[in-house]
Design a protein around this ligand. Structure first.
Ligand SMILES: NC(=O)c1ccc[n+]([C@@H]2O[C@H](COP(=O)([O-])OP(=O)(O)OC[C@H]3O[C@@H](n4cnc5c(N)ncnc54)[C@H](OP(=O)(O)O)[C@@H]3O)[C@@H](O)[C@H]2O)c1
Length: 264
């Protein structure tokens, strides 16, 4: 039994994972945007905290709250993401996909380090798209002021999460094991912002997608028996080598530098 923090725990895979952890005896803090969904889950071992994780200020605030409330955090599981068909700029001037899908995960991973390091076998699981080689970091325009598309933004932030795992291993000095996990096409995902035609096509394709419980099963294993290596990348059921092209250590250094500068 331990304390598990779940970003994006109000829906999809994060929700299924949170409910199962609670059933198995963990104390779970669910972070999410939708108050109704979150409050419906809360009670007993589950606590809900409403936070807009696309806001750096709100994410920092919730980190302070967690550090004040929980002496020890055993696991951090990162699921929060949302597709934005058109480019959205947050009140802090950041492209929303980059802020939500990548920056919130950077802040939570590094920010919760003190509480994670007090746990016996701390682990962070970043659920994104490791194994995908399409897309890239737009080093000179990470906010995608030109050439924005939902796919470009998703692929860029997904790649940034791959590099976050490597960068965390390089820079955090933490005992926490970092696991990058790609669940594959799964019967989850909020598609309400997508055009009706795309929604229809995805709904048809989703008939062949993985059930949520199957996609989430390996994440329970990562918590129950954290890997020995500081950073582990798993695409569905396949362990990727450290030399996988999206896990380049010098790209990770470069992104950690860029992110530190951006957040200062
Ligand atoms: N589904 C797939 O086929 C698939 C495939 C590969 C990778 N993945 C990755 O797996 C992860 C989980 O996907 P999923 O399908 O479970 O997604 P999902 O069902 O859409 O759930 C996303 C979660 O993120 C939260 N969220 C969205 N915007 C937020 C914000 N601004 N602040 C706080 N929380 C916010 C949502 O909260 P609210 O409901 O409260 O808004 C929800 O809990 C994502 O990183 C996704 O990229 C998914």
């Amino acid at each position: 039994m331990g304390v598990v923090i779940v970003s994006g725990g109000t829906n999809g895979m994060g929700r299924a994972f949170s409910l199962k952890r609670a059933e198995r005896g963990d104390r779970v803090l669910v972070l999410g945007r939708n108050r109704e969904r979150g409050e419906a889950m809360a009670g007993g071992p589950i606590t809900f905290r409403r936070v807009d994780l696309s806001s750096v200020a709100e994410t920092r605030h919730v980190i302070e709250h967690i550090l004040g409330e929980y002496e020890v955090v055993d696991a951090l599981a990162l699921f929060a993401n949302a597709v934005a068909p058109r480019r959205i700029v947050t009140a802090e001037g950041l492209e929303r996909t980059f802020a939500l899908y990548y920056l919130s995960r950077y802040l939570l991973s590094f920010g919760l380090r003190p509480a994670l390091d007090r746990a016996a076998a701390p682990v962070i699981v970043n659920v994104a798209g490791v194994g995908v080689t399409r897309g890239r970091l737009h080093w000179n325009d990470p906010q995608l002021t030109s050439g924005y598309s939902a796919i470009t933004a998703q692929l860029q932030a997904g790649r940034a999460n791959d590099l976050l795992g490597v960068g965390f291993g390089q820079r955090s000095g933490s005992r926490a094991r970092y696991v990058l996990y790609h669940p594959g096409f799964t019967k989850s995902g909020d598609r309400s912002s997508l055009p009706p035609v795309v929604r229809g096509l995805l709904a048809m394709a989703a008939l062949a997608a993985r059930p949520v419980a199957d996609a989430v099963a390996p994440i329970h294993q990562f918590l129950d028996a954290p890997p020995a290596a500081p950073v582990t990348a798993v695409d569905r059921d396949k362990r990727l080598p450290d030399s996988f092209p999206t896990l380049d250590p010098s790209d990770a250094e470069r992104l950690m530098d860029l992110t530190e500068k951006l957040l200062n």
